[in-house]
Design a protein around this ligand. Sequence first.
Ligand code: GDP
Length: 526
Amino acid sequence: MVSEEILRRRTFAIISHPDAGKTTLTEKLLLFGGAINTAGAVKSNKITKSATSDFLEIEKQRGISVATSVMGFDYAGHKINILDTPGHKDFAEDTYRTLSAVDSVILVVDCVKGVEEQTRNLMQVCRMRNTPVIVFINKMDREGRDPYELLDELERELNIHVRPLSWPIGMGSTFKGVYNLYDKDLRLFTANKQQLTKDVIAIEDIKSTELDEIIGKQSADTLRSDTDFLNEFYENFDLDLYKEGYLAPVFFGSAIYNFGVGELLDTFVKIAPSPQVVEATQREVRPEENAFTGFIFKIHANLDPNHRDRIAFCRVCSGKFERNKLYYHTRLDKRIRFSSPTSFMANEKSLLEEAWPGDVVGLYDTGSFKIGDTLTEGELLQYKGIPSFSPEIFKEVVNKDPFKTKQLEKGIRQLTDEGVAQLFVQQPGSRKIIGTVGELQFDVIKFRLKQEYGATCDLYPMNYYKACWITSDNKTELARFISIKGSHIAYDKDENPVFFADTTWVLRSVQEHYPAIKFHFTSDFK
Ligand code: GDP
């Protein structure tokens, strides 16, 4: 039973630079999958520019992203779980953590813009974990860049090999459709946003005159020479190489016109991996193991003052999760029962009785979870997840209301546990420094501290270039470094020492002067 459920599951994320078409593609996948009936049901979780200074608006928009955090649906005998990721760069850490809970990704690239900043960052995280990637080159209805050039850019900039499985015929106003190199059939493009066309014309032999009749002699000849070249130049698609995260199959389409989406979905369920082995600090855990295990990859607080609950998102890694069963919270060494866990189907939440590896369970939480916490049936286990990255913007927290010191402390602890930002404490005086990847988080922090904890604070910018974790095999050297650089040392939430570098130059110079000290830019040095 367990293995059957595992084999039919596909848990993945759609990632892209903002505006490449992630929301549109997500919605179209749900439409093709029969999970929703009308377009417009999936709301973009994009935080619009005008909202960046309006906290309530941010939260309203973040609220939307909770409803669509996980979209589960059944398709062709498979259970598909799409994990949504925030598009805004300032919430990149949220996205990285979500990537620790998926078995594969679909990367959407805009054919006009090609590889963009967030494409690079997100793919770097996928490469760290060898996550299998399928590339969808979107907006083929527009005049984009030459497809060969796009493929070259993907390989060069994302450090991955690509293999086109379909090939476009024309582009923009002359876009006629795509030829599927794998199934050897032709799909003709019609600019129709409403209909889900699945008209496929089988063309076994690309040399047949039938092709000239359908797409015209000139296009047919171009397609013939393109396929000759592709088959010669690119190695055959190898499923194992894809699963190792080494080779990415590429599809072309136009999400807004529903084109290429059905094909993408059909190939996806065929080739994408079912739930995989997950690494814990102690050992590797196989999904088909009997005992339930899972970890928290996201926590979302409800900002509605009448519903002050939080939802912790737990990815099931092995065994079967059951409602009302006692589970072991390994960090707190405590047993907890969940009476109303939720599942996420399309964009509805509902009570869940059981869940299998690959599924995401929403657990109501009153403050017992931190990002990365592990649940088991009793085994002492800690999943590794995604490391924290060294933040880039730093601000010192200064309490404005001495009567609310406790509230401020608690608020800051909880918000950083949720993963909104990283907290560093400097001695003497417990000076608190908050580090983030974007300005937006500071707005969120200030607003939430006031709303939820009644605490007010000032946030003073600190001009550091980077914070890096420091370790050394030589304990005396480490202690000496910490004592010399005292004013630039603080401790993270797990009491690990962190060095704040003022500039790149300073960082380079201390690295040269203190060869016994190791400087780390992600928290996975342990
Ligand atoms: P996201 O930021 O990646 O979620 O991008 P969206 O899905 O919100 O799309 C950004 C913009 O691109 C929207 O205006 C979409 O209507 C448009 N768009 C998405 N897919 C296509 C497509 O295939 N062709 C064209 N021309 N526009 C598209």
